[in-house]
Design a binder for this molecule. Structure first.
Ligand SMILES: [Zn+2]
Length: 247
C-alpha cells in the first residue's frame, strides 16, 4: 500500500508541476489542468500573510475599499445584523461567478464584507474548475453556536458559508450530498485520501482540495467531518486562527 501511495504521489507531483504555473493567473485565463485532490497539502499552520488571515483582519474601511476596487457584486445592508460587523448581501456576480444566496428577507443571505473578499478568491479557484454558479445554503446565522458548545460559530459573525452544489459551464452540477462519496473520519485530500472515487466525486474533491491549497479559508468541513455536514461544504475565516484545516 505504501509503495502504491508513493508511486501515486510521484505521478501527482508531475501533474502538480504542470498545473502550478496556472495558479494565480488573472481571471479569464482558465487553466486546462488542476492538481489532483491526492496531491499533498501545504502544512497546516497558517501565516498572518495567508489570504484567509489577511481578509479576516481587515478594518471596515479597508474592506469597503477592496470590494469596490474589485467591483464585487455585494451591497451594504442598511440596519444592523447583530453579530455581523460589516453586513452585506450578494447582489451580483463575484469575480464572474454567480452565488445563489437566500433571498432578501432571509438573514441567511447576509455575510460580512471580509467573507466577500474570501468568496472572490474562492471564485477564482472555482473558475479553474469550470464552475460558473454556486448554491449557498446560508452564511449569517444569528447566534449560531458550535455543536454542543458555547463557542459561537463563525456563522454568527457572517464569516462562514455553507455550499451545497456547484454548476459548471457545460450545465452539469456537482452536488455535495449526492456526489462527494464521503466517509466520516477519512482524510479529504492528500496521499491518504481515498483513491477509488467516481469522476464526479473526484471532480468535487479536486475542487475543494484546490480551495484548501489556496489558503483562502481557515476551516473547511466536508461530509468526512460529521453527519451534520453530509450535504454541504462549510468554509470560514476566523480572525487569529493559526491553523488551516480541511476535514
Ligand atoms: Zn457551516
Amino acid at each position: 500500500m505504501v509503495g502504491g501511495a508513493r508511486r501515486t504521489s510521484h505521478a501527482l507531483w508531475g501533474a502538480l508541476a504542470l498545473a502550478w504555473p496556472s495558479v494565480g493567473l488573472a481571471d479569464g485565463a482558465a487553466a486546462t489542468e488542476v492538481a489532483s485532490y491526492q496531491a499533498p497539502l501545504p502544512p497546516t499552520p497558517v501565516s498572518k500573510t495567508s489570504p484567509a488571515s489577511r481578509w479576516a483582519s481587515l478594518s471596515g474601511s479597508q474592506c469597503w475599499a477592496e470590494t469596490a476596487r474589485r467591483k464585487l457584486g455585494v451591497t451594504r445592508v442598511k440596519g444592523a445584523a447583530t453579530g455581523v460587523a460589516l453586513p452585506v448581501r450578494v447582489t451580483g456576480p463575484i469575480e464572474g461567478v454567480k452565488f445563489l444566496t437566500p433571498g432578501k428577507k432571509s438573514p441567511y443571505g447576509i455575510l460580512d464584507c471580509r467573507l466577500a473578499l474570501a468568496l472572490a478568491d474562492l471564485a477564482i479557484v472555482l473558475k479553474r474548475h469550470d464552475v460558473v454558479q454556486v448554491q449557498v445554503d446560508n452564511m449569517y446565522r444569528p447566534r449560531a453556536h458550535l455543536p454542543g458548545k458555547k463557542k459561537p460559530s463563525q456563522h454568527s459573525y457572517g464569516l462562514a458559508i455553507d455550499l451545497t452544489r456547484v454548476k459548471r459551464a457545460d450545465g452539469t452540477e456537482l452536488v455535495v450530498e449526492r456526489d462527494f462519496q464521503g466517509a466520516i473520519g477519512e482524510p479529504v485530500c492528500g496521499v491518504s485520501a481515498r483513491a477509488e472515487l467516481s469522476d464526479d466525486a473526484s471532480a468535487l474533491r479536486n475542487l475543494i482540495c484546490d480551495v484548501a491549497r489556496s489558503g483562502t479559508f481557515h476551516h473547511i468541513l466536508t461530509p468526512n467531518h460529521d453527519a451534520a455536514h453530509r450535504d454541504h461544504f462549510h468554509l470560514d475565516i476566523a480572525r487569529g486562527a493559526r491553523q488551516r484545516i480541511i476535514e
